[in-house]
Design a binder for this molecule. Structure first.
Ligand code: FE2
Ligand code: FE2
Length: 344
């Protein structure tokens, strides 16, 4: 993908470094790190900076040296930005996790299945809006928001595979095998999402709309990228994945209904249709077999697992609040609205 436009001094310093890894840009990046304040969750500039650095471990950038994934100044920036992220996200998640711990220790399955309704109880439902009200323009914006995660669906969670033990690893592989198409490249979930985008005239290449993503999308993306990049947070990746799976099947049904209401063709809703059944199974495997086995083998992983689950629900709720706030007022949730599209 092409590098997006920076959103402030920190992301400018990162982009400059990616384009030209010279002593000059090293100095600029060190200055950005030194002058960086605490608090990142509301700062699009530093969220984009972190997203850009994480991207070196996934898709990379056109014309950028892949070895910059291990460039020391960029790694120092990453450590600084992730420390700010950790501070922000844990300050919000820790009290919730502490309250959940006793019941999770005695009945993990019931606690995990109840979490979405408890942690994100006040969050508006984009899928319910899709089923009943969403316009075609909003449908396309919804895909653009989700493209940050879905066009690399399953990839961040796969970083947990080598980092969790025995039975939990085996169960996680069962889920990931489906996410990666169950042996059929055309059934890759990320590819199905790409087809859903193409079906409504959108660019399905990763990051094609990075400049349009609001800060909430960047926050959701870097939160998982932070967990996925560190072995010590592997149980949080599992907790995050589990919430993705437990909040997918019924909403996917709503998206299918919404797409049909809008008269969209099968490739536009196939991705969602696939997830109605797949995630009804995945949520069971995730909760019972991945989380259950992980905590049975490593009881000390419970706090981290719950942290990943709570953080995941919280950042996704923020995405929904931002988008629905804009749509309810008849506006665009993107930083720059899409060009109108008319089906051929
Ligand atoms: Fe999937
Ligand atoms: Fe799934």
């Amino acid at each position: 993908m092409h590098l997006p436009q920076p959103r402030g001094p920190f992301s400018t310093a990162v982009v400059d470094r990616l384009i030209d890894p010279s002593p000059t840009t090293e100095g600029g990046l060190r200055t950005a790190v030194r002058e960086s304040a605490t608090g990142i969750a509301d700062d699009e500039d530093r969220l984009l900076a972190l997203w850009l650095v994480h991207g070196l471990s996934y898709h990379g950038y056109t014309g950028v040296d892949p070895d910059l994934e291990w460039d020391l100044p960029l790694l120092q920036a990453r450590v600084r930005l992730e420390a700010a992220l950790e501070q922000d996200l844990l300050a919000a998640a820790r009290p919730v996790v502490e309250e959940l711990l006793p019941e999770a220790a005695s009945d993990l399955t019931a606690t995990l299945f109840s979490l979405p309704d408890r942690v994100a109880a006040d969050a508006p439902s984009i899928s319910a809006w899709a089923r009943s009200t969403m316009t075609l323009e909003q449908w396309r914006e919804m895909l653009v928001l989700r493209s940050a995660s879905q066009l690399k669906e399953a990839d961040p969670h796969s970083f947990a595979i080598p980092r969790i033990p025995g039975a939990a690893k085996v169960a996680l592989m069962e889920i990931q095998f489906d996410e990666y198409g169950a042996g059929n490249p055309a059934a890759l979930h990320s590819a199905l999402f790409g087809k859903a985008m193409s079906a409504v005239g959108l660019d399905a290449s990763y990051g094609g709309y990075a400049e349009s993503w609001p800060g909430e999308v960047l926050l959701a993306n870097v939160a998982l990228g932070w967990f996925a990049g560190r072995r010590r947070w592997a149980p949080a990746v599992v907790g995050h994945l589990t919430m993705v799976e437990t909040t997918s099947s019924l909403p996917s049904k709503f998206y299918v209904a919404g797409a049909r209401r809008l008269g969209l063709p099968e490739p536009a809703w196939r991705y969602f249709d696939e997830h109605v059944e797949a995630d009804a199974a995945h949520e069971q495997v995730a909760v019972r077999d991945v989380c259950g086995a992980l905590v049975a083998q490593s009881p000390e992983a419970l706090t981290t697992l719950l942290t990943g689950a709570v953080v995941g629900l919280t950042v996704e709720a923020a995405v929904a609040e931002q988008a629905m706030g804009a749509w309810r007022q008849g506006g665009s949730c993107l930083r720059s609205p899409l060009r109108p599209w008319v089906a051929a």
